[in-house]
Design a protein. Structure first.
Length: 442
């Protein structure tokens, strides 16, 4: 019974594992394709775009306050209230001589009426109060749009970085797999020599320890590759179960064009982050002007068309005019003005901080790009030299002219040289992307 239950459990587990692997989806992707996917599917970027659209819509709603507003109101009522009955009869043009009887005026019969009003209100922005609010909201909308573009560049840099790291992890895994194959072959070869008495058992134990070390390194490399691919999938907005596999290695390392000052000048001219800070300052200044104008009156024109009906009869009337509303005393006004001034000062300092931050980011990225090139130049050719050195020492050890210690040490150095050359090339590509990101060009 236990055997049958165990078999059923094993079959179920295999089915689940098989189903999971069937659902997994691996898609090869180039860097350009990855950037396009992030632009259309990254949730953080889509949220940023939506916030910019919301701010633009709010700016448009404030601007529309300058346009006329047309309203329609209708209502039916029944009442024996003397004043209401009197007014409804008069408005409907249904007043008769007998309605002036004092008894009917003081105690009228209930009267039902249908009243409709079509109203047109036209704001007259004489003092520019609506214009100031419109300018402020429009500037904030432009700031949100610029911030969204800056975040888009940040996401693009993160995609480049994740892509290079995932591709690097894949190549490092391949190198470690080959090192493990070498370690296994060495262990088999030394074990055979131990059986014939041509090698010491201590050499076999050392070879076995090296093989286990490579197996542990391989497990770590597989974990690192899975994490790097998961990060890339997250940035590309991949659905659950989908993995993107990089297909492009780092490009050839070009010389770094331009000096630091040129990169800083380009960043200050085109970085969306700085445009966002400038527009926020413009918006805060406009809001300050609007608060200063809040002491001035609001002026508007209006026109109304009325239709009043009692039973089958009724009449139409109209009214036009100009109104003025002036809040001479408004106790919170001074606090609002102080708050607007503080916001404007904060926006000024934020712009200054943004400029300083961009300068620092460019300087740091430029230095990192130079360092990455120097590191790449130092590592170039190390992989080929390490492989050749390992081949020679391995042959000498088999011929009895070198020790196992020589071979293991040379193998360690050769593997490190291969991984360093791969890593250095990827770091140059990431450093160049970081410099382009800092300059607003990615």
């Amino acid at each position: 019974m236990r055997t049958r239950a165990g078999a059923v459990t094993l079959v179920t587990a295999m089915a689940l594992l098989g189903g999971g692997s069937a659902r997994a989806e691996e898609i090869s992707v180039t860097l350009a394709e990855a950037l396009d996917l992030a632009g259309s599917a990254n949730p953080e970027l889509q949220a940023s775009v939506a916030r910019a659209e919301a701010q633009a819509a709010r700016a448009e709603s404030v601007d529309s306050m300058k346009w006329p507003r047309l309203g329609l109101e209708t209502g039916w009522s029944a009442s024996n209230m003397p004043a209401m009955v009197f007014a409804n009869r008069m408005n409907a043009g249904q007043f008769a001589p007998e309605d002036f009887d004092f008894a009917r005026l003081n105690d009228p019969d209930a009267l039902s009426s249908l009243n409709t009003a079509l109203t047109l209100q036209v704001p007259i922005d004489v003092f520019g109060k609506i214009g100031a609010a419109t300018d402020g909201m429009a500037a904030f909308g432009e700031a949100a749009s610029a911030a969204s573009r800056d975040q888009r560049q940040d996401i693009r840099f993160q995609v480049v970085e994740a892509y290079r790291q995932a591709e690097l992890a894949g190549r490092a895994l391949e190198v470690t797999e080959r090192a493990l194959d070498v370690a296994r072959a060495r262990e088999v070869e030394i074990e055979a020599r131990v059986e014939t008495g041509a090698a010491l058992r201590a050499d076999l134990l050392r070879a076995r320890a090296r093989r286990r070390q490579r197996e542990a390194e391989l497990a770590a490399q597989r974990g690192g590759k899975a994490v790097a691919e998961a990060n890339l999938a997250r940035l590309l907005g991949a659905p659950p179960g989908r993995t993107y596999i990089p297909t492009e290695g780092p490009p050839a390392v070009p010389p770094l064009v331009g000096d630091e000052a040129e990169w800083v000048a380009r960043a200050l001219d085109q970085r969306p982050l700085l445009e966002a800070a400038r527009r926020k300052l413009a918006g805060a200044s406009a809001m300050t002007k609007g608060e200063d104008k809040s002491i001035l009156p609001d002026i508007g024109a209006f026109g109304s068309l009325y239709d009043n009906r009692i039973g089958a009869g009724g009449a139409q009337s109209w009214a036009v005019g100009v109104g003025l509303k002036w809040s001479v005393f408004d106790s919170p006004r001074s606090k609002r003005q102080a708050a607007a001034l503080a916001e404007e000062r904060a926006a000024e300092q934020e712009l200054r901080a943004a400029v300083d931050g961009v300068r620092f980011q460019v300087a740091l990225a430029y230095r990192n790009a130079l360092t990455a090139r120097e590191r790449h130049a130092a590592a170039a050719g190390g992989a080929e030299e390490g492989r050749e050195a390992f081949r020679v020492v391995q042959e000498r050890r088999k011929a009895g002219m070198a020790t196992l210690t020589d071979e293991l040490e040379t193998e360690t150095a050769a593997l490190a040289a291969v991984l360093e050359e791969i890593r250095a090339a990827a770091q140059v590509a990431i450093a160049d992307a970081a410099l382009e990101r800092a300059a607003g060009e990615i």
